[in-house]
Design a protein around this ligand. Sequence first.
Ligand SMILES: [Zn+2]
Length: 186
Amino acid sequence: MRRKQVIISSIFLLVLPIVSTDVFAQPTQAAPKISSRYAKVFYQSDALLRLFNKRIRLGSLSYLLKRRVSEELSLKGQVSEKIDIIVERVETILEMRPKELRFDIIITPDADAVRSLYKKIYHRDVEFLAFYSPLAKAIYVSADDIKSKVLAHEIAHAVIDQYFGVAAPIKIHEILADYVTENFEE
Ligand SMILES: [Zn+2]
């Protein structure tokens, strides 16, 4: 539990309001993508997508996967469905349903890639395994480290951000996103 708390606290979002948008790298623009109801997913190889899919387990929420046997769905279809199920679960936990929720998920290979993207955007060194950028409306994750709870936490930031429509205080963001982490059943 201690260890878990440490890991979760290391993914806390840092919202720096004064960031010029031109620093946003779009390294993934040409990468393959998936469009789910809520998210566009960018990834550089099928291997990364497979790893992401393997690590995102729905557990007790699996019953929400469509009646189709999940193996019959393509890899992209599975990822797309899982993300939308997690989004709707996060919205239920928060009781916040932004009207036009849209965000990107950028799957990077590992934590180093996440951190170097963070540094490029925010000019700071961090130990994060994932983060949400309100300006880019994008969640950056490491395929090596992703878990459903981590994704739910970052999706919570996207939901909170887009529900209020103005930059919510960092503390409010973290309290609510942590509430999602605690209440999200894997
Ligand atoms: Zn956070």
